[in-house]
Design a binder for this molecule. Structure first.
Ligand code: F0G
Length: 458
């Protein structure tokens, strides 16, 4: 079984390395000529002709706006609302699986802006998706393509969010799902989601990269549909976060967009959307897209800073931000291209910097999971290096909800997160951000004393 190429519109598959344009993709979504990744491209958009009616920028903008008032499920989705910029899936009405994903808020972050030293800071909170992470935008699209391909099983290797999302969409589409996750290295919140949504959940005694390896072997032997971000349908769906962001900004791009980097699917997708939107004249200039990694899981940082983006040396990754505990990112070449196209930077941040930034985002009344907080931690560094200027506008992409990983948050506020670790000394600097719960007798006087003490310290 192979995955059918869309024939009704102009979207075509192309290998990112050798440029081969196969009609169909194999089950591993890799180029059969050179083994590299595939991506969709839209030949009609770049044939030099004047915008055709269906890509006329102002017509598209008003069509997308109109759909916000529609009662149709696909129009209500913040992914399918933008379907003119996505490959066509035949018989969509029959196959689309939607949880009304996307439609995520753009929040102003005044306190974080002060901390980072920028005037205009916003966060697009992709953790406000149905399964509480950004994965849903790509998953609705790729799961629908699996349904259209009549697959009985879908599968992914995951650090927890992809699996939660896949399990939900598979369940909604009456498909079975197989989850491969590293044993003991994903948060309970994410694990509990895939169990409840009915996935066959295998905790493998390895890391994320080991899970990917097994899955790649598995799809060669079994007719399962691969839902990791090497699947180009995932990338297409995830593009819509950037399209929606531009709509929220009245099509005036910010100077900078900052994303966390793990397997690098998200940076590839957002970058692809930005480049395509400029091609279609939906926006007039490109924001700089910067990618932030945890220092203990920094293969892409090293790829760019040590090897000039020419090679990626896999590593054994380690970080408390388990979502991005990835040592061999699949989409690194796509991400290099995005950096080159947009002029973005790559930074790395320490465990303590991540924890502090997470508490700061929380203190703005927003909150996010640890991997998302690398964006603010990275912004502070990019500001200090002068790459981001005080007067420039910045949007952070927050990828997961605060409640995805409450263990991390509670340990941080209790002061236990770094106890006995290499970060213990550095962690003293983040102490002022800790708000440990206070255990008191059931006594009014004790509560009033606590209130008065808090007031004195505020
Ligand atoms: N933030 C969160 C919350 C994530 O879950 C991930 C990746 C990333 C950032 C990094 O995004 O991989 O596109 O660069 N999580 C994957 C998973 C790998 O399996 O859930 P990326």
């Amino acid at each position: 079984m192979s995955i059918a190429q869309n024939t009704e519109t102009t979207a075509k598959l192309r290998c990112i390395a050798c440029g081969a344009t196969p009609d169909t993709a194999g089950r591993d979504f890799r180029c059969t000529v050179c083994g590299d990744l595939l991506e969709f491209f839209f030949p009609e958009w770049t044939d030099g002709a004047e915008p055709r009616h269906h890509t006329d920028p102002s017509a598209l903008k008003s069509l997308w706006l109109q759909r916000r008032t529609s009662r149709d499920a696909l129009d209500q989705s913040g992914v399918w609302r933008f379907r003119e910029l996505l490959p066509h899936i035949p018989n969509l009405e029959e196959h689309a699986i939607t949880l009304r994903e996307g439609n995520t808020p753009l929040y102003h972050l005044p306190r974080c802006a002060r901390v980072a030293g920028v005037e205009d800071l916003h966060a697009k909170h992709q953790g406000m998706n149905p399964t509480a992470s950004f994965k849903d935008t790509g998953m609705t699209f790729a799961a629908s393509s699996a349904h259209q391909g009549k697959f009985r099983w879908v599968a992914c290797a995951s650090t927890g969010n992809t699996s939660a999302s896949m399990a939900a969409y598979a369940a909604r589409g009456n498909m079975h799902s197989l989850v491969l996750i590293p044993d003991g290295k994903i948060s309970w919140g994410k694990l509990s989601q895939s169990l409840d949504y009915g996935a066959l959940t295998c905790q493998l005694r390895t890391d994320f990269d080991g899970c990917v390896h097994i899955l790649n072997e598995l799809v060669r032997q079994k007719p399962v549909y691969l839902l990791n971000s090497v699947n180009p349908y995932r990338i297409e769906g995830q593009k819509t976060a950037a399209i929606e962001l531009m709509e929220q900004l009245a099509w005036e791009p910010p100077d900078h967009i900052i994303v966390p980097g793990g397997n690098l699917g998200n940076s590839s997708a957002i970058g692809k959307a930005l480049v395509e939107m400029r091609e279609l004249k939906l926006i007039s200039r490109l924001p700089k897209l910067s990618i932030i990694q945890a220092q203990g899981a920094n293969p892409f940082y090293r790829c760019v800073h040590e090897f000039g983006g020419k090679k990626l040396e896999p590593m054994t990754a380690d970080t408390l931000a388990t979502a991005i505990r990835i040592g061999n990112p699949a989409s690194w070449k796509k991400a290099v291209r995005v950096l080159q196209a947009t002029g973005g930077e790559v930074e790395q941040v320490t465990e303590v910097e991540i924890a502090a930034a997470k508490a700061e985002i929380g203190a703005d009344g927003i909150g996010c999971e640890p991997a998302s907080a690398v964006t603010l931690a990275g912004l502070k560094k990019l500001r200090r290096s002068g790459f981001v200027k005080a007067e420039e506008s910045v949007v952070l992409i927050l990828t997961g909800h605060l409640l995805k990983d409450p263990d991390f948050t509670i340990k941080f506020h209790r002061g236990d997160l770094f106890a006995g670790t290499a970060g213990a000394t550095e962690a003293v600097q983040a102490k002022y951000l800790q708000r440990a719960p206070i255990v008191l007798d059931a006594d009014l006087g004790a509560v009033i004393a606590a209130l008065d003490a808090a007031e004195r310290n505020s």
